[in-house]
Ligand binder design. Sequence first.
Ligand code: SF4
Length: 284
Amino acid sequence: MAELAAYKSEIKPDWCPGCGDYGVLSSLQKACADLDIPNHNLMCVSGIGCSSNFPGFFNSYGLHTLHGRGLAVAQGVKLANPDLTVVGMGGDGDGYGIGCGHFMHALRRNINMTYFVMNNQIYGLTTGQTSPTTDLDVKTKSTPHGNQEYPFNPVAIAIAGGCTFVARGFSGEPMHLAELFKQAIQHQGFSLIDCFSPCVTYNKINTFPWFKQMIYKIEETGHDPKNFDAAMKLALQKDKLPIGVLYKNPRTTYDAAEPALVDFGAPVKQDLTWKDPEILLEFL
Ligand code: SF4
């Protein structure tokens, strides 16, 4: 088993003291250490936002892409080189707002990778505007009279949208979250973890103490993750917030079924040395 320290980069996180993203970072580092994933076989891909600075703080290959586009790039990386363990990440604004189109199609496409969202129910980097997961009537910098848009429920939408592994974690429960990361990475198919990761600077409602009162662990209830109806019921629960694996129902992955990949193998392993450069000019 590798040491957790092997996954810490030389760059120290620049998040505010107490930000929930620290717990998510250490949880993924622990999961990778427990799974003994070689650093050179791991690729972290993010979008834009406080949480999307994540790849810089993680000792692996990394890509810090454009706002809402991290998931599209991460899927491309996995298709190009299936030998990599690909983990995509970002915030709720990045993944469920501007990146929502990519999110919806990644659910049904089922490429073998993990995506997690550090969900703080606010835009943190831009200093506190309403995000897709902000609750109704919450006052923010962009909705001073209260948010009137019904909040996006990522886990319910993921279950309905064909995602084969749907989990919810909390950065205040880092050991529990690390176990979720391990299961998600080992899952054959697209896995989503929605991580409650409080913004201590701009969200004074959904705080660590608030989540501590609201959460309970799914695995202590006898829930069967293969049961679609039961999973959806958990996803829609509002008086309490279940954390753990809500839904798990593997099916053939896109990468295992796409004819070109099956017939010719990984693009990064193609022998292009025989190609006449003149042929490539035909594509211009
Ligand atoms: Fe974290 Fe919020 Fe600070 Fe951003 S603004 S680093 S989300 S606490």
